[in-house]
Design a protein around this ligand. Structure first.
Ligand code: LMR
Length: 353
């Protein structure tokens, strides 16, 4: 009888071991790694923030996004994980704002021109030659002008966190562009913003609002023949391979507004908000110099490795462009608002030589 009981205990243990092994291989086969890595802060407690953007990783915005993710991981002691999705791998620029408002992603960093349809005052930043120098840009975005713009995003359920700079735009085309009248007859790929439309149409050019990742193709198949962008975007998308001339005009600003879904942001614990803000501030100040440095180095690389002809406007030519292009300002004062325009004008005047 005793021997019989002993067999039963052994069979019981055997069954338990078999069940344990079967469950472990079942979970592992579905990608659940057991045991859980202790360093990962009890997975159920980790806050995951999806951050989607449309450019390559090796661009000012791409690098800033990765740096921000690493800093958040460090400052929150792994409690927050920023998952970065570059190259529109989740959403295109047309889709990402809606995805943010619906909390399908929690963070995006579109070019400011791309939010002018949901917050018109942002057209201010698209005005040609609105920032005559880097110093004017910094003073405006780090001061009252920037604060006012970020505050407007609350009206559309968005928390504006920071401005990430990618420097000034240049023009590329299949024909030389040296004077404003050279714009006539060209078809420019532009970002969706009424200011950018007017900036070119005012001089007899036509415009096509196309997504960033369709730009190369549209130039290649000659649906458009010209475009404006920063050097880092021209470089990373190899636009120099499908354009013959590059004019260094610094005629407009291209930067990003880093945004979070507002309800998501407000639900974050205050200490987490504080560490995210700290990581954001550190990334933003790092990016000011980094973006400039990258744009300069990549211009040199374009000059060395491509056949595109680079022309830099002289001071005299630049003044002429500025005079002509700023003539579109009055058209946009009613939407941007007199008050904001005046604040910007006061800064602008300080830096115009
Ligand atoms: C563009 O569409 O040209 C840019 O907004 C791309 C980017 O995000 O820098």
């Amino acid at each position: 009888m005793r021997a019989y009981g002993g067999y039963l205990v052994l069979i019981g243990i055997g069954v338990l071991v078999a069940v344990y092994i079967a469950f472990q291989s079942f979970f592992t086969s579905f990608g659940f790694d057991l045991p859980i890595d202790e360093e990962q802060v009890g997975m159920e407690d980790q806050i995951v923030i999806k951050f989607s953007h449309v450019v390559a990783e090796n661009t000012p915005k791409g690098l800033a996004a990765s740096r921000f993710a690493a800093l958040v991981d460090e400052y929150t002691d792994h409690r927050v994980k920023i998952e970065v999705y570059p190259n529109q791998s989740l959403y295109s620029d047309r889709e990402e704002i809606e995805a943010l408002q619906e909390n399908k992603v929690q963070m995006i960093a579109p070019t400011t021109s791309k939010i002018t349809n949901i917050s018109e005052k942002w057209m201010l930043l698209d005005l040609p030659y609105i920032f005559p120098t880097d110093a004017a840009l910094k003073e405006a975005l780090n001061g009252e002008v920037g604060e006012e713009l970020l505050n407007h995003l609350a009206e559309v359920n968005i928390e504006g966190l920071a401005f990430w700079s990618n420097n000034f735009k240049q023009m590329t085309s299949n024909e030389p562009i040296r004077r404003p009248e050279d714009l006539s007859g060209k078809n420019f790929r532009i970002m969706p913003s009424p200011v950018l439309e007017s900036q070119f149409e005012h001089f007899g050019a036509s415009t096509s609002k196309l997504e960033f990742n369709d730009t190369f193709k549209s130039l290649e198949i000659k649906k458009t023949d010209s475009q404006e962008n920063t050097i880092s975007n021209i470089y990373s998308k190899k636009l120099y391979d499908v354009q013959k001339y590059l004019t260094i005009s610094d005629h407009g600003y291209l930067g990003y507004v880093v945004m979070m879904n507002q309800s998501f942001w407000e639900d974050l614990p205050p200490d987490i908000q504080q560490q995210i803000t700290r990581a954001m501030d550190d990334t933003t100040s790092w990016l000011w110099d980094k973006a400039k440095e990258m744009n300069q180095a990549q211009l040199q690389a374009i000059e060395e490795k491509s056949t595109i002809e680079v022309y830099t406007l002289s001071d005299k030519e630049r003044k002429l462009w500025m005079k002509e292009m700023t003539s579109i300002y009055p058209e946009f004062e009613p939407v941007i608002g007199k008050d904001l325009m005046e604040k910007m004008e006061r800064i602008r005047e300080k830096y115009i030589e």
